[in-house]
Structures are given as C-alpha cells and as structure tokens.
Write a protein that binds this ligand. Structure first.
Ligand SMILES: [Ca+2]
Ligand SMILES: [Ca+2]
Length: 365
C-alpha cells in the first residue's frame, strides 16, 4: 500500500516538473568574490549635491533602478572612507561613512544597504565596494555583489539550486546580471533571461526585474543533430527569438532547426593519453560566424586552429604576441588540459646562419 502511494506521488512530481514553473526567490546577504563592477571616476561632484566636509574626495556615479547613486571616496587619517547616497536624495550629509574591512584576502566596504524605489515600494539591496590604487596613483573603484536571490526548482526530475546576482549593482535584475544554475555542484552561469537546450530538452526562462521570481517553461522546438568530435559541447547561439545555450554530449548535440549566429562555444575532448582538453572560443557582434542548422543536421567545424604571430616594434625592442582563432573565425578565450593551463609556448628566434639567437616564452593574458 505504501509503495503504491509513493509511486503515485513520484509520478505526479515528474508530470508537474515538466510544466511551467514559477520559482519564488528569497533575498539574502551574500558575497560573490568573483564579481566586480568598475565605475569610472568623475572630476567633480554633480552641482546640486549636498556634501559633508571631505578630504581629497573622488566621486563616482552608478546608474540605479530609480535613477542613479553618487559615491564619494575620501581620506580620513590616511585611510579611505566611502560615502554612498544610499537613499538617492542627492545628499551625503545624511549618510554614515563606511570604512574598509577585511573579507578573506581583500579589504572591502560594506555591506552597504542601498534603498531604491521600485514599483512604488522602497526596497533595500546590499552592495559592497573595493578600491585599488594602481602604481601610477590612479584609483580603480568597483562595486561588488553583496546579496543574491536564491531558490530551488525541480527540472527533469532533478533538484536545481538557482541564484541570481545583480552584477552591475543597480538594484534591478536585467541584461548585465547573472543566473547561476547549480545542479549538485555543476554550475552554469547564464544570462537572467534566455533559452536553454540540454541533451534535447528545451526551456525558456526569465528572472523578474525585482529578482523575486524565476519563470521556467518547457518549449517544443523542431530539432536536428549537430555532430562534433568530443565528449561535451556547449554552444551559445542567437537568432530572432534571442539567445540559446545548447549542450550536447558524446559527439552529438540536439539543437533547434534554424539560422543562428555562433557567439560562443566550449568543447571538451579526450586525447589518447586520457587527458581532457577543453577549449573555449567566442565572437562578438559582426565577427560572429553564421551557423545554419537545417533539418538534416549540421557539423561543427572549427578546426584547424589558426595561430598568428604578431609583432610590434618599439625602438630596439620587439613585442611578440600570439593570436589564436578557430577556422570559423572565433577568438580563443581559453584552453586547458586536465583543467590546468597548458605550458606557455616558446618562440625560437634563429639568425640567417641557423644559430638560436633567443628563446623567449609567451605569457598568458
Ligand atoms: Ca542621502
Ligand atoms: Ca542589475
């Protein structure tokens, strides 16, 4: 009897999971160590702003959901202090200064509770900030993610943890922000709105601008196979309906039929020694190659890689660089072997009579 009930419950869960889902997301404090949003300095404060007495101030303005926010970095006993117009009233005299605090290996400001008016309501969204003084004295200021929206959904019978971060720290979820789709530690970093196809299952999703919910709905598409040589392939393509992230395994990726622009790819392939090579390439704007997927299927052709040696003469010095492109014109963004960077390539310079003059090494970056 118990078995029968359990089976019924499981069956209904599976059916429900393939329906449209509205996933509530919970706001929480959270530091994302990898997320920086650089903000350019302003020479002077905007004319209409009320300021406290500040020593050596530098001003920054970041767009916000309900307008913009002013930040002023100043000195106090030789250390930086930060004033943020948290309530957006163009007044820094009603704000308390934030001082640098150690967080892990870096010193940061925050969490700073920013107040925004969104849909007629006042909401509080936390951000952090960091300041780096470069060797030549220039100050590099960036905002950091200090909060996220978090929730769980069931997709294809699996539990998926989702987190949304406001990467550009403007208080709203939009184009520049990130959705982290985490299936038992396997993370996918996605835009906050898009279309996904994983092993032949397709869905469309969108995070609400307030961050409060994620809507996921399955979609039916006409499909065809993209053949590739490798264990795993991720393609980022675009068509009139928007962006698609497509994933396939073991030489076969099931894709929607259509005419696309190929803006990104990541492919993993094992070699004879059992090592896993991983290659990432991307192309932006007009540089993105066309990629047609007819009903009869398509092949992904990106080889051979084209390596160009570029040199730049500065007086008596030469600077050499390597530019690596795929055969279909995408720029190589990363290459790893067993999740490590491969050894840096060397350049051998030989004189006309065959003597090795120099053997400098290239550096990544
Ligand atoms: Ca204020
Ligand atoms: Ca945002």
């Amino acid at each position: 009897m118990r078995w029968a009930m359990l089976m019924l419950l499981l069956a209904s869960c599976t059916a429900w999971a393939q329906e449209r889902q509205v996933v509530p997301l919970r706001y929480e404090l959270w530091w994302d160590e990898r997320s920086f949003w650089g903000v350019g300095a302003k020479e002077t404060a905007p004319g209409d702003v009320k300021l406290p007495k500040l020593t050596e101030p530098i001003f920054f303005v970041n767009p916000a959901a309900d307008d913009k926010r002013l930040f002023a970095l100043a000195k106090e006993n030789g250390e930086f202090v930060l004033y943020a117009d948290t309530n957006g009233n163009n007044d820094l005299t009603d704000e308390r200064p934030f001082r640098l605090r150690q967080r892990g290996w870096r010193r940061v400001f925050g969490p700073i509770p920013m107040r925004y008016r969104i849909n007629g309501k006042t909401v509080i969204r936390h951000i952090g900030a960091e300041v780096i003084v470069l060797g030549d004295g220039r100050v590099y200021f960036s905002l950091l993610v200090a909060s996220r929206w978090h929730g769980t959904l069931v997709w294809d019978g699996k539990s998926v943890s989702v987190a949304v971060i406001d990467r550009n720290c403007d208080g709203m979820i939009g184009e520049d922000d990130t959705l982290v789709w985490d299936e038992k530690g396997e993370k996918r970093h996605l835009p906050t709105k898009g279309q996904v196809g994983i092993n032949g299952r397709f869905f469309r999703y969108q995070v609400a601008p307030t961050g409060e919910e994620l809507v996921v709905e399955p979609i039916q598409v006409r499909t065809a196979k993209v053949k590739f040589q490798g264990e795993r392939l991720i393609l980022n393509v675009e068509d009139k309906s928007g962006q698609w992230r497509l994933e396939g395994q073991k030489g076969e990726l099931i894709a929607p039929v259509g005419d696309f622009l190929l803006v990104g790819m990541e492919i993993s392939r094992g070699d004879e020694q059992g090592r896993i090579w991983n290659l990432m390439a991307s192309a932006f704007g007009p540089a993105a190659p066309k990629f047609a997927i007819p009903e009869t299927g398509a092949n992904l052709n990106f080889e051979p890689l084209q390596v160009s040696l570029i040199y730049d003469r500065r007086g008596d010095e030469f600077e050499f660089s390597l530019d690596i492109k795929t055969a279909n014109g995408m720029s190589l963004r990363g290459l790893t072997v067993d999740y490590m960077m491969p050894p840096e390539p060397k350049l051998r310079l030989i004189s006309l009579d065959g003597k090795v003059v120099a053997e400098p090494q290239f550096h990544y970056g």
